[in-house]
Design a protein around this ligand. Structure first.
Ligand code: NAD
Length: 256
């Protein structure tokens, strides 16, 4: 049990990577706040089913991470339920496609609002609580291999993940005196609903697999394993780092 009695918030935990992290954290002894986006009945049902499967170790809380007021209310609910916060995983994200020449302000604002501003707000409110507690803490962002490598037709997404790359490093320096470790996990291609159209299309799959030295997509559990390390005392001297979990994709990617 590497996270015994820790309290962890995981945003976007109704599916995919966030769900995998929430399940693993609970198995490691943490109490978990499972965040989901409020406007999706599907996400609500999934988050509530996950929370009830974890019994008194978890609560499901709706909040659109791009809305500060909703994130504040989620923090209040977390503290009311569990009394403290030790770990925040800023994982909620969206990845819609739009070629640069057609990128609208709405698209840009939506992607940056969830992926970058949302991560900023969640990490800021989490860090303020950790500073109040005075016992350190762990903040983990789910960025992407696209914090580093370009991805044509996904300019807003890449801007958001590239922003996370340097935001994380900055926050890591500012929070070091408070003994709050701040790191990124940069997944490659992971088998989640975000990639469903590729997973369902044999031709697209073949193209994608050509870019992955490991020869397969990753699983949410493989991201959760690294998140568990970063959330645990084993990572006490790790801060300001990005952990690529990508089966070697970053070193092989040729063209999309
Ligand atoms: P997913 O679609 O399964 O999960 C995304 C989660 O974010 C969902 O639970 C969704 O409800 C939540 N979400 C979306 N908008 C939200 C909002 N406004 N407020 C709160 N929650 C919101 O996809 P995933 O693959 O699990 O993605 C998780 C993270 O991993 C994202 O940040 C994504 O960019 C990143 N990522 C995924 C991959 C991949 O290949 N799947 C690769 C690199 C990075």
């Amino acid at each position: 049990m590497r996270l015994k009695d820790k309290v962890a918030l995981v945003t976007g935990a109704s599916s995919g990577i966030g769900k995998g992290i929430a399940i693993r954290f609970a198995a490691e002894g943490a109490r978990v706040i499972i965040n989901y986006r409020p406007n999706s009945p599907h996400d609500k049902a999934a988050a509530q089913a996950l929370a009830s499967s974890l019994a008194d170790r978890a609560i499901a809380v709706a909040a659109d991470v791009s809305q500060r007021i909703e994130v504040e209310q989620m923090m209040d609910a977390a503290l009311a339920a569990f009394g403290r916060l030790d770990i925040a995983v800023c994982n909620a994200g969206i990845c819609p496609e739009q070629p640069f020449l057609e990128t609208t302000d709405d698209h840009w604002n939506q992607v940056l609002g969830v992926n970058l501003y949302g991560a900023f707000v969640v990490s800021q409110l989490a860090a303020r609580q950790m500073v109040r507690q005075g016992e350190g803490g762990k903040i983990i962002f789910t960025s992407s291999v696209h914090e580093d490598i370009p991805y044509p037709r996904y300019t807003a997404y890449c801007a958001s993940k590239g922003g996370l790359r340097l935001m994380m490093r900055n926050i890591a320096l500012e929070l070091a005196p408070h003994k709050i470790n701040v790191n990124n996990i940069a997944p490659g291609a992971i088998a989640t609903p975000m990639n469903q159209t590729v997973l369902d299309d044999p031709e697209e799959m073949e193209k994608a697999l050509r870019e992955i030295p490991w020869g397969r997509f990753g699983q949410p559990e493989e991201i959760a394993a690294v998140a568990t390390f970063l959330a645990s005392d084993d990572a006490s001297y790790v801060t300001g780092s990005t952990y690529f979990v990508d089966g070697g994709l970053t070193h092989q990617v040729s063209a999309y």
